[in-house]
Design a protein around this ligand. Structure first.
Ligand code: ATP
Ligand code: MG
Length: 405
């Protein structure tokens, strides 16, 4: 923590490393940020950002576990430690040439996410009654990261919100609120990672904070990435700039059919993951597309259209009013064909990226977890109950100090 003397008052500035690997499992995003202020006065400056890919064998293992592969407890512990090791390495690498960080905020790697369930008379396979609480499991223990880096680390951000009935997702909405709200414009911040999520920010007038809302919109890049890997036998992992999909024609009948699915119809709060939009979902899409004789480019265009249409459909269904501007972030904001389709579907709403308001679209999520870690150490709640469905404000994350080993 640095205290800066500014005319007649002192500003406290903290240097935090945010670490994030999302549902795409493409690599660990690391961001070094300097944070000044807390909420309406929050100011974050990105000093450095980099993505550190997982070693291919580790990525394969994570994807297999996400797709339901069985693990012994020994293997689970080893995988957890391996992920923590790579997160710690990412922090150490990004630290080089930057001010020493006071704190790390590490989201970890989600390997399982189950939203809260409606209570029912059904029983689990172990014959216990079904709990209404959700379940979200991130690997890469904060205590290992703290021990390896020597830096205090906050991790395990989702469980406190889930414990009070929330989805534990999306968790970045409160950070979005203070980084992106405008005095005059109604805005949406749309992250497009493996899964998409939106935060709606009404113009800062009256009781605007109460009207902030958000939810997971459905598939972002997850299905697209899986389809590209399928069509290239694993030699490519994503559709760069959307160039392959752009050569195809979306099958509107299929998009219309897929959009009737429950997830797209149920009102927020809602969250999802690769458990729904994963390999089985893609296989179902491939099976259903057989009747339409689609080329790989047509199928990619159709999946891109599903992402774009599901976002636009959710805005029209669940927002109190359409925004003036949408700011895209996440790897999907680099998919120019997807961005173009969103612009067409949302016209006359302007579709921009968060870069255009000074926040890196590539590292926005890593930046958000740096801010959430800072808030945790300040004792400032990080969730927005109206977004996650939690029964109240809670402190997000567990704090781990470097152990004296
Ligand atoms: N130039 C590009 N063109 C098209 N798609 C891209 C491009 N760059 C990145 N992507 C897509 O973005 C994905 C990675 O995005 P990102 O890291 O935001 O997702 P994530 O890891 O799932 O994160 P999160 O869950 O936090 O949103 C890649 O898997 C790829 O599909
Ligand atoms: Mg990523």
């Amino acid at each position: 923590m640095v205290a800066i003397q500014h005319r007649n008052f002192t500003i406290e500035m903290i240097c935090v490393i945010g670490l994030m690997s999302g549902t795409s499992v493409d690599g660990i995003d690391a961001a070094v940020v300097e944070i000044v202020g807390k909420d309406v006065d929050l100011n974050v400056e990105l000093l450095a950002g980099a993505t550190y890919p997982y070693p291919p064998a580790l990525r394969e293992q994570i994807l297999a576990v996400c797709a339901g592969a069985a693990l012994s407890m020994v293997q689970l512990a080893e995988l957890d430690d391996a992920i923590a090791f790579h997160f710690a390495q990412a922090a150490q690498k990004i630290q080089i040439g930057n001010p020493t960080a006071d704190l790390i905020g590490s989201h970890g790697q989600t390997v399982y996410h189950r939203p809260p369930r409606l209570q029912s008379n059904e029983r689990t396979s172990l014959s216990h009654p079904i709990t209404p609480l959700g379940y979200s499991y991130q690997l890469g223990r904060g205590e290992v990261i703290a021990q390896l880096t020597g830096i205090k680390t906050v991790s395990n951000f989702r469980t406190a919100d889930i414990a009070v009935g929330g989805q534990g997702a999306p968790l970045v909405s409160k950070v979005d609120t203070y980084l992106f709200s405008s005095p005059t414009q109604h805005r949406c911040v749309q992250n497009i990672g493996g899964i998409g999520n939106v935060t709606y920010l009404p113009a800062r007038q009256g009781n605007w904070i109460e009207q902030v809302c958000g939810w997971d919109t459905g598939p972002g890049n997850a299905l697209l990435d899986l389809a590209v890997q399928h069509f290239t036998n694993g030699s490519q992992t994503y559709d760069k700039d959307g160039n392959w999909a752009r050569q195809g024609t979306p099958c509107e009948a299929l998009v219309k059919q897929w959009l009737t699915q429950d997830f797209f119809q149920i009102p927020p709060p809602k969250s999802t993951g690769r458990e729904l939009f994963g390999v089985d979902y893609l296989n179902q899409c491939l099976a259903e597309s057989a009747a339409y004789n689609l080329t790989p480019a047509d199928l990619l265009a159709t999946l891109t259209e599903l992402t774009a249409t599901s976002i636009a459909h959710s805005y029209r269904s669940f927002l109190p009013q359409m925004p003036d501007e949408v700011f895209l972030a996440g790897g999907g904001s680099r998919n120019l064909y997807l961005k173009q389709r969103l612009q067409t579907l949302l016209n006359p709403v302007q579709v921009l990226t968060t870069d255009e308001v000074g926040v890196s679209a590539e590292f926005k999520e890593a930046i958000a977890f740096a801010v959430l870690a800072h808030w945790r150490t300040l004792g400032f709640p990080g969730n927005l109950p109206q977004v996650t469905g939690a029964s109240g404000d809670v402190l997000l994350g567990n704090i781990y100090s470097p152990a004296a080993v």
